[in-house]
Design a protein around this ligand. Structure first.
Ligand SMILES: C[S@@+](CC[C@H](N)C(=O)[O-])C[C@H]1O[C@@H](n2cnc3c(N)ncnc32)[C@H](O)[C@@H]1O
Length: 493
């Protein structure tokens, strides 16, 4: 049984507070522990979504309490009934909004309320699992989110929803802090992003080069935590709290803003990000140099050209501003429907910034990561109609992304599983095209198909650990079937 597995111990030091350590040697992919959420619910700043299944809703409300709900089944779902009674008793309804696609701060109270109601139901679990969590109260008090939480969550629940006889304002702020510091983003059943708080997973320390992965099982939001790489007994377990492909400036800013610490992991400390060059710019003043931070652990440190003869310098503020502008431009591409324009506009943006960024800079790599998933899958660019030159482009970008993943998220991760799946198809088509053109023999074709078979085998092994209804879990099953078909087709050659 999953709940019997716990290959870790809890330790504590001045730097991390509590953290998890492997209690025995672990193989890549091995289960370390499972965890059950204390509460699940919307993230802050979410547009109205169903409080049962979390799909976006448009003016459909619960017949009992008047809060967003998509269907009769969701009205009586276990996650909604307790809060439904609170709102119905206090006669506090969701206030109509003009635009159902923009953020509704009214929903910010839902997850804290669910934590409070779960505390009431299981005070023992609260006492041992949530109460000891870090809240960084002093640092939070200085932030804007503290005063926003005071209005949208604390005063709303205690005064408006008349819960003051059960929960005091200090407790509600503490719950907001617990959620901000310790909750993780998870995909809902419908694929929309929500948050959950897992008592054991939350103890894991952060590193920008993590050694564990976690998988959320969609039926009850239980999480399985596995070793991504072989881990020795006594080694710390590290989760990555931020988006792994972001550059150091962006990751460190996120961590200090929302998790209240300055990351000093070996990736953050290295100007080249362990030679991945996710932060590296090209020098505009000379031909050979690249621009790197002089001290990446010092936010305000200058950035300088690596060519001593050039000596070009610029401030980190200028770099941050430039990144924000380009990031905003590339984010607009995410709004494009998957289709030929989504490919062509990304390729055009890569070309536009080719002389500004290193080819593996975070911004270009993220565009390439999207392209790896688009080539072969959209109209005019279906895999069986791609010319060799575009099949080779897909191979090149998949390999480039995998090369970076090897360093920053080594081992058996979802992103690697998905990228290996993407890589198998162009490799297979290129080999078949060569054979079809009479350029290679059937033995050489068999030889060339070994790499796509290996990609599919690795992809299937990694992704079949995911929830079978998630996009990754489904890809895992397809990878397994495709591998079996490909092996069978070799036998008939
Ligand atoms: C999700 S909690 C982790 C558990 C926490 N240490 C505890 O004792 O409850 C996140 C907090 O742990 C600390 N932490 C985690 N990783 C860290 C790191 N790499 N460097 C410094 N502090 C870290 C920070 O205080 C951060 O806000």
């Amino acid at each position: 049984m999953c709940s019997d597995i716990s290959h870790y111990t809890i330790q504590q030091n001045d730097k991390y507070g509590r953290y998890l350590v492997a209690s025995r040697d672990l193989d890549a992919g091995e289960l370390i522990f499972c965890d059950t959420p204390f509460a699940v619910g919307p993230k802050p700043d979410t547009p109205p979504l169903c409080l049962g299944c979390y799909v976006p809703v448009d003016n459909t409300l619960c017949s009992r309490c008047g809060w967003p709900i998509c269907s009769v089944e969701c009205e009586s779902s276990s996650q909604h009934v307790a809060e439904c009674a609170v709102f119905a008793t206090a006669k506090v309804r969701f206030q109509p909004v003009d635009d159902w696609t923009t953020c509704a701060p009214q929903l910010d109270c839902i997850t804290p309320l669910r934590v409070l109601l779960a505390k009431e139901k299981d005070p023992h679990r609260w006492q041992y699992e949530l109460e000891p969590m870090e809240t960084h109260t002093e640092a939070r008090q200085k932030k804007q989110t503290w005063s926003a939480d005071q209005v949208n969550v604390v005063n709303f629940l205690v005064d408006h929803c008349k819960l003051g006889n059960k929960f005091d304002k200090e407790l509600v702020q503490k719950v907001c802090g617990i959620l901000e510091v310790n909750s993780v983003e998870v995909p809902s059943h419908g694929g929309f992003s929500i948050r959950a708080i897992y008592p054991r997973l939350a103890i894991t320390a952060h590193s920008c080069v993590p050694n564990i992965v976690h998988t959320v099982l969609s039926n009850d939001y239980r999480v399985q935590v596995r070793a991504a790489i072989p881990i020795k007994s006594g080694e710390n377990l590290y989760l990555c709290y931020t988006y792994a492909l972001s550059p150091t400036l962006v990751r460190r800013e996120f961590l200090v803003e929302s998790k209240f610490f300055y990351c000093d992991c070996h990736r953050c400390a290295d100007p080249t990000e362990l030679n991945t060059h996710l932060s590296t710019l090209k020098c505009s003043k000379c031909d050979d140099g690249v621009i790197l931070p002089t001290n990446p652990l010092e936010n305000e440190a200058m950035w300088m050209c690596s060519d001593k003869n050039c000596g070009f310098k610029t401030s980190s503020a200028a770099i941050r501003k430039m990144l924000a502008v380009v990031q905003a431009e590339t984010e607009q591409l995410d709004a494009l429907e998957p289709g030929p324009a989504a490919i062509e506009q990304r390729e055009a943006t890569i070309k536009k910034y080719k002389s500004v960024f290193h080819p593996r800079h975070s911004i270009l790599l993220s565009l390439k990561h999207s392209l790896a998933q688009l080539y072969g899958r959209v109209e005019e660019y279906n895999i069986d109609e791609l010319p060799d030159v575009l099949l080779e482009r897909k191979v090149e970008i998949c390999r480039l992304v995998l090369k970076t993943l090897d360093v920053i998220t080594p081992g058996e991760t979802r992103m690697r599983g998905m990228m290996l799946y993407e890589l198998h198809a162009p490799l297979m088509f290129l080999a078949r095209n060569e054979y079809g053109a009479g350029l290679i023999t059937s033995d050489q074709l068999k030889e060339k198909l070994q790499e796509p078979i290996k990609c599919l085998a690795d992809s299937a092994r990694i992704l079949q650990r995911e929830d079978p209804h998630s996009p990754e879990g489904i890809t895992g099953q397809i990878a397994q079937q495709s591998m079996e078909q490909l092996i069978a087709s070799l036998e008939s050659l």
